[in-house]
Design a protein around this ligand. Sequence first.
Ligand code: THU
Length: 141
Amino acid sequence: MTEEIKQKLIKAAFEAKRKAYAPYSGFQVGAALLTKDGRIYQGCNIENASYGACCCAERTAFFKAVSEGEREFRAIAIAGKGKDAPEFEYCAPCGICRQVMAEFCEPETFEIILPRSLEDHQTYALSELLPFSFTGKNLES
Ligand code: THU
């Protein structure tokens, strides 16, 4: 991926965080999901008074995209910060979101970009964050 596209994706994740609905944890997250043909879907975390009904930013972005017919993804940028925290820290996706990524994304080539800022970011392959995953292939045998 070009640095220009990566920067665009990171900016879209920071922008999406502004829409977070996180009145209970105060931890606000934005995600920007890039399809293989270059479209970007943004998502934020959406909390609920019944805590189990909370949805992470990453899954919001995936479910928006999949429900629009998208099936092929290239990368996701994730930006998270406590409401009163002075700055962003790297915000790794939770286990459930990694499992959702495993459903739709190629383990070796799907990139997970974790920015603290436009200049300071880390990138991982899905296979690094979810090795030896359970997928549809397991159900074929
Ligand atoms: N959260 C996300 O949206 N993505 C992550 O990668 C980590 C956690 C949300 C869920 C919940 O609304 C809040 O952050 C605190 O866990």
